[in-house]
Design a protein around this ligand. Structure first.
Ligand SMILES: NC(=O)c1ccc[n+]([C@@H]2O[C@H](COP(=O)([O-])OP(=O)(O)OC[C@H]3O[C@@H](n4cnc5c(N)ncnc54)[C@H](OP(=O)(O)O)[C@@H]3O)[C@@H](O)[C@H]2O)c1
Length: 430
């Protein structure tokens, strides 16, 4: 048999220890599929004395992860530290400079520095593999880059952050508010103590930027992603969504339009009957629409030791077999120069919920502001009557332009009869 693929793993946290465990537990199967054993021979983490739930004795230990890049006995470096800057970036840079293939689960690094790293990998002739960086155990990267490679993709949409999906699902199932469910998710370990990367949509945007680059054959462009998180979603809006036949999901969506590529992460109302509407809890899903294949949906666990390790090991098996594709599916010179479309150019239907003083003329003022902005209404909902007091009013628009909607909203928010900032949620025909 060919000699083992010698692997160095930097980062022995959730994912790193998961990779060591998976390589150990499924060693026979992996050897058969890889054509040779895959052996971790060196590791790096901060704290040498920390108890890990996999044994690391007998492995070469590096306090400095960048030193892994210079270990001549290693065939592959696996980066599982995290972060767009700092030791993770330094390690990947050093490994590629040394001509060593790299496997990483680091979406932040790929989203922010993916174009430069791909250039570096191309120059060095070394692979840079990142299946685990998007949607954990769901093979979304392979699906887009390889399985659907013959298609012109028109749109991708995904539930790309399990923490947000858990929070929105729990808010709906139990009629509870965001802050309440977030605190519970933190207690259960589904949300970080600093949850902003997740709940403010940044993590999902990193993943969307990566998927959009692959889907539309263009350089990764994180700065072009419009990002809104879920802090503003209220239990009231979730209840109205249910009444109107929708579910609220934080989606990452990238779409080919006549003007270029639109990419955005924000809460969406999706029809209850849409398959993605039924993806609840911590699960993730990715939908792709190709001109020959039609619609494809993948669903599964987007995080956690097992699913993420599964994706890392898939990349290692590819490397052991010598299977490699360009980092972004095509050589840099062959990537298309499609422009990014700003959010102001977006066209879609909107859900708008206002808290207004219940008195004659208020609705007429609101509808006049919408009419003046060229926005037409599909339906309106008002529950209960409380003369002189605050009542919610829900308006659903036909397809409208985002810039016009924003203009109308600024006007509406300034009315003294509108008591809270308006809640705006885009309706997405998933
Ligand atoms: N967790 C998931 O479910 C998941 C899913 C998909 C992708 N990812 C990605 O996978 C990567 C790892 O995530 P994780 O959840 O496994 O993180 P984690 O549990 O926080 O583990 C990070 C590891 O990196 C080590 N580390 C941190 N700074 C270091 C330094 N300067 N030098 C050497 N080692 C250092 C830590 O060492 P010590 O243990 O000694 O502190 C720890 O072992 C991230 O890019 C993340 O975005 C994670």
């Amino acid at each position: 048999m060919t000699r083992p693929l010698s692997v160095g793993v930097a980062g022995l946290g959730t994912v790193g220890t998961g990779v060591l465990r998976l390589l150990r537990d499924n060693a026979d199967l992996i050897t058969a599929r890889a054509g040779r054993p895959i052996a971790v021979t060196a590791v790096s983490a901060r704290d040498r004395t920390r108890e890990r739930d996999v044994p690391t004795s007998g492995l070469r230990w590096y306090d400095d992860p960048v030193a892994l890049a210079f270990d001549p006995a290693l065939d592959v470096v696996v980066e599982l530290i995290g972060g767009a800057e700092g030791p993770a970036r330094d390690l990947v840079h050093a490994a590629l400079a040394a001509g060593k293939p790299v496997v990483t689960a680091n979406k932040a690094l790929l989203a922010v520095h993916g174009a430069a790293l791909a250039h570096q990998a191309g120059e060095a002739g070394a692979a840079l593999a990142f299946e685990a960086a998007v949607a954990g155990g769901i093979p979304a990267i392979k699906a887009l880059r390889e399985g659907l490679a013959g298609n012109r993709i028109s749109r991708i949409a995904g539930i790309l952050n399990g923490t947000c999906n858990y929070i929105l699902s729990a808010m709906r199932e139990r009629g509870r508010e965001f802050a309440d469910v977030l605190a519970e998710a933190q207690r259960l370990g589904y949300a970080e103590s600093d949850p902003s990367f997740d709940v403010d949509g940044i993590d999902a945007a990193h993943k969307l930027a990566i998927l959009a680059a692959l889907a539309f054959n263009r350089p990764v462009d994180f700065a072009a992603v419009h990002i809104e998180g879920i802090r503003g979603v209220s239990a009231l809006d979730i209840a109205f969504a249910t009444e109107l036949g929708y579910r609220i999901k934080l989606l990452g969506i990238a779409r080919r339009t006549e003007a270029g590529i639109e990419s955005r992460v924000h809460p969406c109302m999706v029809p209850q009957a849409a398959p993605i509407a039924r993806v609840d809890g911590v699960l993730n899903a990715v939908v792709a629409e190709g001109d020959f294949v039609g619609r494809v949906m993948l669903e599964g666990r987007g995080a956690g030791a097992g699913p993420t390790a599964s994706a890392v090991v898939a990349d290692l098996i590819d490397l052991a077999r010598g299977r490699a594709t360009p980092v972004w599916g095509a050589e840099a010179a062959m990537l298309a120069d499609l422009p990014a479309v700003p959010m102001s150019a977006h066209v879609g239907a909107y859900y708008l919920r206002l808290m207004v003083v219940d008195r004659p003329g208020v609705i007429a003022d609101v509808t006049a502001a919408l009419r003046d902005a060229g926005i037409s209404l599909e339906s309106m909902l008002q529950r209960g009557r409380a003369p002189g007091e605050a009542v919610p009013v829900v308006l659903v628009t036909h397809e409208s332009n985002e810039a016009a909607m924003r203009r109308a909203l600024d006007q509406i928010a300034a009315f003294d009869t509108v008591l809270e900032p308006p809640a705006l949620i885009r309706i997405e025909p998933v």
